[in-house]
Structure formats: C-alpha cells, structure tokens
Design a protein around this ligand. Structure first.
Ligand SMILES: *[C@@H]1O[C@H](CO)[C@@H](O)[C@H](O)[C@H]1NC(C)=O
Ligand SMILES: *[C@@H]1O[C@H](CO)[C@@H](O)[C@H](O)[C@H]1NC(C)=O
Ligand SMILES: *[C@@H]1O[C@H](CO)[C@@H](O)[C@H](O)[C@H]1NC(C)=O
Ligand SMILES: *[C@@H]1O[C@H](CO)[C@@H](O)[C@H](O)[C@H]1NC(C)=O
Ligand SMILES: *[C@@H]1O[C@H](CO)[C@@H](O)[C@H](O)[C@H]1NC(C)=O
Length: 226
C-alpha cells in the first residue's frame, strides 16, 4: 500500500481511535440518524435446529435514518435553539458566544430538515433487504447453490405450481413507503440499480481484447515487462 493521502490518513486515525475507545458507539446514539443495527439476539441460538425446515419468516422493520420530525420535542426545539443562538449573535455582534468545550457553537450551524428519509436511510434499507434475502429468503425459497438473486422461478409450491407474488405491507407516509421500497429493492436484488439512469451519463468502457481500458487490471498498454 502506498503513502496515505491526508484524507485516508485522517480516516485511519479515526478508525484507530474508535477501535481503542470504550464500547460507547457514537453512531448508535444519533437517535433518528443512527443506522439500523440488528439486535444482539436476546442470547437465543441462531440458525435452524437440525431436521427443521423454514416455512415462513416474519420481519417488522422500521424506516431507516431520517431527519427529525417536526414535533415540538424533536426538530422544533432544535430549530428554536439554533434560532436563539442566531438571535443572540445578531443582538451582540461583538460578543463571543461560547468558550471552552462549547466554543464549537461559535461556528455551529443547524442544517437538518424534517421528516424525510435520508440517502443513508435508503442505503440502510437496501442493505437490510439484501441481508434478509441472504439470511432467510434463500433458505425459505430454497435458492440453489450459485443462484445469487431472487428469481420468480423459486416462488413455487413443492408440486411446482406457481405461487402468488409475495406480499408486503407498509404505510403511506413518505419515509415509510420509501423505506419499504428500498428494502424490497435489496431483497429482490435490483441488480441493475437503474432507477436513476436519466440523472447521469455513465461512460461504460469495455473490457477485453482490443481495448486499452485503463480501469482494468489487465489493460495491455499498462503491462510492463519484468
Ligand atoms: C428570534 O428573533 C425573532 C425576531 O425578533 C423572534 O421572532 C423569534 O421569536 C426569536 N427566536 C427565539 C427562539 O428567541
Ligand atoms: C462592533 O465592533 C465594530 C468594529 O470593532 C464596531 O465598529 C461596532 O461599533 C461594534 N458594535 C457594537 C454593537 O458594539
Ligand atoms: C399444487 O399445490 C398447491 C398447494 O398445495 C395446490 O393449491 C395446487 O392445486 C397444486 N397443483 C397441482 C397441479 O396439483
Ligand atoms: C436495468 O438493469 C438490468 C440489469 O443490468 C437490465 O436487465 C434491465 O433491462 C435494466 N432496466 C432498464 C429499464 O434499463
Ligand atoms: C493500446 O496501447 C498500445 C500501447 O500503447 C497500442 O500499441 C495499441 O494500439 C493500443 N490499442 C488500442 C485499441 O488503442
């Protein structure tokens, strides 16, 4: 591995610090901004008891990372606090707002909105759906070795007759509906990841003979003797 760039160096410093710090996990204490984490398991053994078969699985899943709600004790109180600081600074332009451990408040800006599912929440849901497919869906639908993704062909009764589509339930509230859709995209392997196609141009450089593809490890023009 080559020399660390400043960003990589900073990241590795952070990683070292958190690995050696106490068991306090900052990310799991962010409330509504915390990523989903599976429960520690209630000390129950995991896996199927020998000789048993999975015939159904149940999951009740909360929406993932979101902005605070516009409830008085949630976003409203934080917005009011930010406004209070701003009012103070405006009224006392030449006074230092805070010192010592609170001096970060001198540059602090409140940037959160309300209610919406965040991009990190969408990613959390997709990951969770993919994880659930891998851990339970494959077993339930008896996906054969080598079949990575969900297939309609698996959705049959033991006699081979096609079953009805699997059904899921969610609510109409935007962040919850979006969470459900992202989760299902993970479960059903939206491998094309192509819903955002119209938003960007992607240059797809072919690999293989006849192309000097510098993104490929075996680009002929990038192989050196010795
Ligand atoms: C900030 O100042 C505005 C304008 O004077 C006022 O309407 C508002 O209530 C103040 N906000 C807080 C949280 O004190
Ligand atoms: C703040 O400081 C500036 C520059 O030092 C000065 O011109 C201004 O009058 C001061 N304002 C107040 C409210 O004291
Ligand atoms: C296959 O099994 C399902 C579920 O037991 C049943 O509803 C269906 O009628 C069966 N189909 C045939 C062709 O036997
Ligand atoms: C999305 O990607 C998948 C996998 O590459 C492809 O099979 C499918 O045709 C694509 N769908 C659209 C609408 O482009
Ligand atoms: C790939 O690079 C090599 C070495 O520079 C060159 O001889 C060859 O013509 C290039 N091939 C293509 C398809 O551009």
């Amino acid at each position: 591995m080559g020399p660390l760039t400043p960003l990589a160096a900073a990241l590795s410093v952070v990683a070292t610090a958190s690995a050696t710090a106490s068991s306090f996990n900052l990310q799991s204490n962010w409330g509504n901004l915390s990523p989903y984490a599976p429960s520690p398991g209630f000390t129950l053994p995991s896996g199927n008891p020998i000789g048993c078969e999975l015939t159904q699985t149940h999951i009740l899943h909360r929406h993932a990372q979101r902005y605070p709600t516009s409830y008085l004790l949630d976003a409203l109180s934080m917005e009011a606090f930010a406004e209070k600081l701003k009012n103070f600074t405006t009224a006392h332009p030449n006074t230092t707002l805070a010192t010592g451990p609170l001096s970060f408040l001198n540059h602090w800006e409140y940037v959160m909105g309300t209610e919406e599912l965040l991009p990190t929440g969408a990613a959390t849901e997709a990951t969770s759906g993919a994880w659930f497919w891998s851990k339970y869906g494959r077993t339930l639908y008896k996906a054969p070795a080598g079949m990575a993704d969900w297939s309609d062909d698996l959705n049959v009764f033991p006699n081979g007759t096609q079953r009805k589509k699997p059904m899921f339930r969610t609510t109409s509230q935007a962040r919850i509906l979006e969470s459900a859709r992202w989760w299902l995209s993970g479960f059903f392997s939206n491998v094309g990841a192509n819903n955002s196609y119209p938003q960007y141009d992607l240059v797809i450089i072919p690999e293989g003979d006849g192309y000097n593809n510098t993104l490929s490890g075996y680009c002929p023009a990038a192989t050196y003797p010795g």
